[in-house]
Design a protein around this ligand. Structure first.
Ligand SMILES: Cc1cc2nc3c(=O)[nH]c(=O)nc-3n(C[C@H](O)[C@H](O)[C@H](O)COP(=O)(O)OP(=O)(O)OC[C@H]3O[C@@H](n4cnc5c(N)ncnc54)[C@H](O)[C@@H]3O)c2cc1C
Length: 333
């Protein structure tokens, strides 16, 4: 047990000030389902925890506005997943939450904390003696020579090939979501597509958040492309498992012809991955099993296999293709 200080903030600015005052080893606490987990593994060792659960204004969800959907960072995954407008008009968003974790976890976990969950790479979570540049910068990457079945095919570097594990961010990236954050220098907005970094030579820096920045809310522009959407997740077992490959796909059709397409893939890359080349490959085309598969191949363009993970290139392409056909069926209703 590592001792740590505990503070319960009552406003967002108080939380940000408390975190800044506590210094580098401080963490915000939302549902705790990532943070406590990693503390028990001795991977996270915060000296100070700033509990933000009393910030009730951050639990607000509004999916009825004409321009955007708003999800307070502290809204619980299960509440957002069950939102009736989301289920009807943006099934990919709702499904990405339903297909994550377990009901108990979804009842605790916040949609803001979800974005910042950390990789499930066994060498990261396993601690010593495994080398992990993300956990201990400069120590190496045991996955490069180790068991890489679940590791990234896209966006990796010599320093790190750990997969970004979350589902919600994949669906959000497909819908051009953004996050509003509050930090010591004030409030700013970050497109979700730019929130997470590729590892490069500094895999320990996972996002573009500045020290002490608190996610306030997630905003998604209203779009008619949402109805024809799905979050398709392939895993080793049907429930309560992370993705081997996933795809958020949304299409709008004129007849059988694609007018708009949105595709993002998960479980395959070091960050949430928008597949714009795949989207472009569909524009103006008839959506068939063949064009969907070609889009799947385009989404995986540039994928680099290691020792054991090469099968997920084919799996990823098929996942995208299947997601597109599900989206087509919904868009045609
Ligand atoms: C067994 C298990 C299975 C899981 N399966 C899946 C799965 O299949 N798919 C999936 O997507 N997820 C899965 N998860 C991950 C789970 O969804 C996340 O742990 C959860 O969403 C994190 O939210 P939280 O509120 O508990 O975050 P916390 O643990 O409280 O925080 C996580 C991190 O985010 C920071 N943080 C939290 N809120 C904010 C904020 N508002 N602003 C800035 N920083 C913040 C914290 O400091 C911490 O570093 C699983 C987790 C477990 C334990």
């Amino acid at each position: 047990m590592q001792p740590f200080a505990y503070t319960r903030a009552t406003t967002a600015s108080e939380a940000v000030k408390a975190l800044a005052a506590a210094g580098a080893g401080a963490r915000f606490l939302a549902g705790g389902t990532t943070l406590y987990d990693l503390m028990k593994l001795n991977v996270e060792r915060p000296v100070s925890i700033i509990d933000v659960n009393a910030l009730t204004e951050l639990s607000h969800v509004d999916t009825s506005g004409p321009n955007e959907l708003v999800f307070g960072a502290l809204a619980r995954m299960s509440d957002v997943a069950a939102d009736t407008r989301l289920i009807r008009d943006y099934p990919a968003l709702s499904e990405s939450l339903w297909r994550a974790a377990s009901q108990q976890l979804r009842n605790m976990a916040s949609v803001g904390g979800n974005l910042l969950q950390r990789t499930r790479c066994a060498y990261f979570r396993g601690g010593e003696p495994f080398a992990c540049n993300k956990r201990k910068p400069g120590s190496g990457c045991a996955a490069q020579e180790g068991l890489d079945r679940g590791h990234a095919l896209l966006g990796g570097s010599e320093s790190c090939i750990a997969v970004y594990p979350g589902d919600w961010a994949i669906a959000l990236v497909a819908f051009d979501a953004a996050v509003d954050v509050l930090g010591p220098k004030g409030e700013r907005t970050i497109p979700l597509e730019h929130l997470h970094r590729e590892p490069g030579t500094s895999p320990e820096v996972e996002t573009v958040l500045e020290p002490g920045e608190l996610i306030l809310r997630i905003r998604v522009p209203v779009t008619s492309v949402g109805r024809g959407s799905t979050f398709h997740k392939i895993r080793d077992r049907e429930s309560y498992a992370f993705a081997l490959a996933s795809a958020a796909a949304a299409v709008q059709l004129e007849g059988d012809t694609v007018r708009y397409a949105r595709i993002a893939i998960g479980g395959l890359a070091t960050r949430p991955w928008r597949a714009r080349e795949a989207e472009r490959s569909l524009m103006g085309k008839t959506l068939t099993a063949e064009t969907a598969r070609a889009a799947g191949d385009a989404a995986l363009h540039g994928a680099r296999a290691g020792r054991d993970n090469g099968f997920r290139i084919e799996l990823g392409a098929r996942t995208v293709a299947d997601a597109l056909m599900i989206a087509k069926e919904r868009a045609s209703r």
